[in-house]
Design a protein around this ligand. Structure first.
Ligand SMILES: C[S@@+](CC[C@H](N)C(=O)[O-])C[C@H]1O[C@@H](n2cnc3c(N)ncnc32)[C@H](O)[C@@H]1O
Length: 294
C-alpha cells in the first residue's frame, strides 16, 4: 500500500497567538503533528484502506491546527473539517488551512455533523480529558459520522501516561490527591478520571487501560479494531484505530430449543443417564443371579 508521505515545505508554518498547544515551543509542536500522520499511515494500512479512498476527513478537536496543518499536507485533495469548542481555533483552521469550520457542542449528540460524512476521523487528545459516560457519547457520535469502511483513529492516556504520572512532578495540572486517586482507579479498575480544578464542567484527565478501551469499542458491534499502539503518538498517547464494518455484527445462529435445553441442563441430564445405566446394570445382574439360582 502507498505511504502517507509529506513534503515538509507543504506544511503551513503559521501559529495562532492563541494556540495553547504551542506553549512547549516548536521543537515539540511540529514533531507531534508529524507523529499523528505516522499514526494515521499505520492505521490506514492496518485497516487496509487505500489513501486514495480518503476524500473527507474530520479533525475533532482541531485546536489551532497542530495536526490539521499536517493533514492538509498529507491529503491535499481531501475536504477537511475542523471542529472544536474553541471557535477561535476553528476559525484559524478555516482561514489558514482551508478547512470547513464546524463549531462543536459540549454534548456529542448535538454536534451539527450529518451521519456518514467521513472516510477518516482523527481525534487527538479529547478522550484523554473525559470521563467514561462522555467516552461512550463521543464514540457513538464518531461511529455515526463514519461512512461504511471509514476509519476512526483516537488517542488515550494509557500505560505511558500512568508511568509518567507515577514518576514525575505535577506535570498534569492536577493536585497530589487527585493524582493518587486516578492512579489507584487506573490500576484497580482499568479506568481513572479526575476533574481539573476548579472542579466544574466535564473536562479533566483520564487514564484508560487497553482492555478497558477495547471493551468500550466492543459495545459498537460494527466497529472493528484495526490497530492498537501503546505510546504510539509522540511516544506518549496510545493510539486506537477502528473501521466501520457493517458485516462485523455478532449474528447468533438460530439454535434448536432441544440444544439450548440440553446445554442448560447438561449436568442434570448426565447424572440421570448415569443413574439409568447403573439401574440397568443392577437389573441385569439381578436377573443373571436369579437365573443361576434356579
Ligand atoms: C488538548 S487539546 C487538543 C487539541 C488538538 N487536537 C491538538 O492536538 O492540538 C483538547 C481540545 O479539546 C477541545 N474540546 C473539549 N471538549 C470538546 C467538545 N465537546 N467538542 C469539541 N472539542 C472539544 C478543547 O477545546 C481543546 O481544544
Amino acid at each position: 500500500m502507498a505511504e502517507l508521505l509529506i513534503d515538509p515545505k507543504a506544511v503551513a508554518p503559521e501559529i495562532s497567538p492563541n494556540d495553547e498547544m504551542y506553549l512547549g515551543g516548536e521543537s515539540w509542536y511540529f514533531p507531534v503533528g508529524q507523529s499523528a500522520i505516522d499514526c494515521l499511515d499505520c492505521a490506514l494500512k492496518a485497516a487496509r484502506k487505500p489513501i486514495s479512498s480518503v476524500h473527507r476527513i474530520l479533525d475533532l478537536p482541531c485546536g489551532h491546527g497542530r495536526v490539521l496543518r499536517y493533514l492538509r499536507a498529507a491529503f491535499p485533495q481531501a475536504e477537511i473539517t475542523a471542529c472544536d469548542l474553541l471557535r477561535d481555533g476553528v476559525d484559524f483552521c478555516a482561514k489558514t488551512f482551508g478547512a470547513i469550520p464546524v463549531y462543536s457542542q459540549d454534548e456529542p449528540s448535538r454536534i451539527p455533523i450529518p451521519p456518514e460524512s467521513f472516510d477518516l476521523i482523527w481525534v487527538g487528545s479529547l478522550l484523554t480529558h473525559l470521563d467514561q459516560d462522555r467516552w461512550r457519547g463521543f464514540l457513538t457520535a464518531f461511529r455515526s459520522f463514519l461512512r461504511p469502511g471509514g476509519v476512526l483513529v483516537f488517542t488515550s492516556h494509557g500505560h505511558g501516561a500512568y508511568q509518567r504520572m507515577l514518576a514525575g512532578p505535577d506535570y498534569f495540572a492536577i493536585t497530589e490527591q487527585q493524582k493518587l486517586l486516578i492512579l489507584d482507579r487506573y490500576a484497580r479498575q482499568g479506568f481513572g478520571y479526575v476533574q481539573y480544578p476548579p472542579l466544574e464542567g466535564y473536562y479533566g484527565l483520564s487514564l484508560a487501560k487497553p482492555t478497558w478501551v477495547i471493551d468500550c469499542i466492543r459495545e459498537f458491534e460494527d466497529l472493528k479494531v484495526a490497530l492498537l499502539s501503546e505510546k504510539g503518538w509522540a511516544d506518549f498517547h496510545d493510539i486506537y484505530a477502528c473501521v466501520r464494518d457493517d458485516s462485523w455484527h455478532i449474528q447468533s445462529p438460530v439454535v434448536p430449543r432441544r440444544l439450548v435445553f440440553a446445554a442448560r441442563y447438561r449436568k442434570q441430564i448426565a447424572s440421570i443417564r448415569r443413574r439409568v445405566r447403573l439401574r440397568t446394570r443392577l437389573r441385569a445382574a439381578y436377573h443373571a443371579i436369579k437365573a443361576q439360582c434356579r
